[in-house]
Design a protein around this ligand. Structure first.
Ligand code: 0O2
Length: 274
């Protein structure tokens, strides 16, 4: 039997996890940059430990030469959402991407596991470029809400402690907690639009403030410093009112002023050139 060079086998999976995490984080950023609500709150990834791969192979009777086909979660991603409704959106986004191909789906939200576990799992094919050329591999994406993740994390650590023999009274508690998690997710869904509105406003304000301060900085370089100080004071005054509409108007006016100064600077440059 050939010697297993674990490092070589796992290397492309490490690359896949790094790339996938970066891509999902970029999606969050794209949403926020456009003042849009992001259905993804957070993403993490890991490569399964060798001991965990071996344990799964032993438990499922997977031979070494079938490992990469049959252990589908060597590369694992976890996407955390705020609301149950976001999970479907994320799955839809993934299904439309050209760099990820869905192999299979396990919906443990509609079909909760006996343990109380709820999560939406996708196995995808993803290709990484390596020194030896492209390598198409599998990755598992678990999509769940923060509340589902809280439950699963606690239950997973108990599984680790008790192996398969979680005491009955602990199981009962976990089952009760799983019901509470369902109720919590439902409660949150019922105020989803209010929460989303609040978060959108907060993101809009963050982007506006950043744009305004950029504009003020640019103006400071181009125009009369005392005028710019006055503009900055006006910004602080409006900011203190906590009125998003006023802030938006101020942003628009500042844009017009900046545009004027930029046009003036270009004219001067051209005239100076002659
Ligand atoms: P890890 O990396 O320690 O999380 P299985 O036969 O259950 O091992 P299968 O058939 O490959 O797994 O797929 P399944 O059922 O979709 O489970 C894959 C992963 O989902 C598990 O990975 C867990 O992360 C998670 N999961 C599934 N069931 C439960 C559960 O009852 N409780 C918790 N907390 N998590 C669960 P692994 O293999 O455990 O590895």
């Amino acid at each position: 039997m050939e010697i297993q060079l674990w490092h070589n086998i796992l290397n492309p999976y490490e690359l896949a996890v790094r790339e996938l995490v970066a891509k999902f984080n970029h999606l969050i950023k794209e949403h926020r940059d456009r003042d849009l609500y992001s259905p993804i709150e957070q993403v993490t990834g890991r490569v399964k430990s060798i001991s965990s791969i071996l344990e799964k192979m032993q438990r499922k009777g997977i031979p070494m030469e079938r490992m990469e086909e049959e252990v589908e979660d060597i590369a694992g991603l976890r996407i955390i959402c705020q609301f149950v409704e976001d999970i479907e959106k994320v799955a839809e986004i993934i299904s439309k991407r050209s760099d990820m191909e869905i192999k299979s789906v396990k919906d443990y939200i509609r079909n909760m596991k006996e343990s109380g576990y709820r999560s939406y799992h996708l196995i995808i094919y993803y290709t990484v470029e390596t020194m030896d050329g492209p390598k198409k591999l599998q990755a598992e994406i678990q999509i769940r809400t923060m509340a589902m993740n809280f439950w699963a994390t606690i239950e997973h650590s108990l599984q680790y402690k008790y192996k398969t023999n979680i005491p009955k009274h602990v199981k009962e508690r976990l089952s009760k907690a799983a019901e509470a998690i369902i109720a919590l997710d439902n409660e949150m869904s019922s105020v989803r639009s209010e929460i989303m509105d609040a978060q959108n406003s907060s993101q809009l304000q963050t982007n506006l403030v950043s744009d305004i301060l950029n504009n003020i900085e640019n103006l400071y370089r181009l125009s009369n410093k005392r005028e710019v100080m006055k503009i900055q004071d006006e910004f602080y005054r409006i900011y203190a009112t906590n009125d998003l509409r006023q802030l938006q108007q101020f942003h628009e006016q500042l844009d017009i002023i900046s545009e004027g100064y930029r046009a003036q600077a270009v004219t001067c440059d051209i005239q100076g050139g002659f």
